[in-house]
Design a protein around this ligand. Sequence first.
Ligand code: AKG
Ligand code: FE2
Length: 509
Amino acid sequence: VEENRSAECLLFQKKKLLEELGENRLPYLTPSDADFHQLWKTKYSKLIFRKSDTVPEELHQMVQESFLTLREHDCFFQDLVRIKGKDFLTPVSRILIGNPGCTYKYLNTRLFTVPWPTEGYDIKYCSPRIHDACKALMRLNDYLHIEAVRALQGQNFFETKIKDTTLIDREQSFATSLTEQGSVSRGQSSVCVAEDDRSLKNRTSYNLTLLNYMDPLQMLYLKQEPYFGMGNVAVSWHHDENLVERSTVAVYSYSCEDSAIQESNEQELKGRDPAVWHVGLKVAWDIETPGLAVPLHQGDIYLMLDDLNMTHQHCVLAGLSPRFSSTHRVADSSRGTLEYIIGRCELALQNLQTDSDSMALSLKSLEATVVKQVEEIHNEVEFEWLRQFWFQGKRYLKCTDWWLKPMAKLEEFWRKLEVMTSLLLSEVRKEQQIEEQRNETISCFLLLLKERQKLRKEWTARCQSDAAESLPEDQKPECHPFWTDDDESNMPLPYDLEEVIAYLQNLVQ
Ligand SMILES: O=C(O)CCC(=O)C(=O)O
Ligand SMILES: [Fe+2]
């Protein structure tokens, strides 16, 4: 509810601002404006730009070839995202490449990495060229990691922080050990440097890259940038989601400029050149500071350091040529890895036991907290993993079959969780439990079943949206798992939980 309210509030603010603007637009600067560099230095200092000639030629070649390979193999897909309850197809097509088992969630869509060739993993690719492409992007990832560390060390704010923490730690150590003062403070500052090294590393150790591709000439319609009049937009204003706090985002940009498309000569025209791709930046919640539009040519790199992604929003302004980008990120993987979700399922299944004689299944505990945790995990694996994955159709098979086995394993777990829910239901149907304890168990169980029912409806609708129906056959979302009462799926509970919910509701009243 909170989330919805703040989304509504944002929408209202945005609408109000656009109404106030009318035909007017807010100012923004490009390199042809005299104040451009001054504005960059003062208001956008955590945006770092590296011209293509600072990058080794060999790396350019590898990376650009890998983009073309992935396009040749049709590995880029438009995402069917959900924003404020509506379904949209993104104008740009994407593919996620990264550490095996990693995922990245944005706009209610969980993308699954095509694994890059990582030591200790046996990964099969559909073609040796796709293997090479993933390897090249891993090389780019290593390069950008080093660039980001350099850039952060070059900025003084990291060192300032070292001083700050050292000071705090000194005060604390002063209080605790007056006797060893000298040695402690020396020890503390080296601890601090080590800690800072770690946080520097944590915020630049990219675990994946989200690749974007768009050919503007293939697009029937592109949105116009609404606040500044920056023209055609490929990616609208946003903050990147699901990242480790204050982590750097690094972007390699490859627009396939050919000599046929001339940059508009001289800048008689005001504003940015519509033939050239740009990254746009604005300060969030601020209409005083002019926006910034930075041109991006073949092989240019930019970095968004530290909290820039929080304090500012960015967008991508389309040029005329097809363009790829590789956006390297430190995804917050606390709930986003295969390892994590397997661990969760195993934890839930600890509440299931098999009688060694009869082989009958039963639940170990009916305690409210245990029941709650199990049913929560049930929802998590169903909606955050299985449905997310199958919603994206068979796209992942274009590059590798890596996710099929883990998905089968998760489905196996989920089936057992369905059995556990049905066992729980039979338990609460029995009358012999003490009423009070039973009611507590049913109440939290009921809440999670309602959530399950709501989300199943939402996913069924998502799979049937107009945007979903418009996709080619091999990209059509699959509503999976799905079953009906009369099919032979052997499911212990119906897909539609309405009657079960009504029954439980009756019990608690
Ligand atoms: O392509 C770019 O330059 C950035 C794209 C972007 O902002 C994103 O994918 O989140
Ligand atoms: Fe972004």
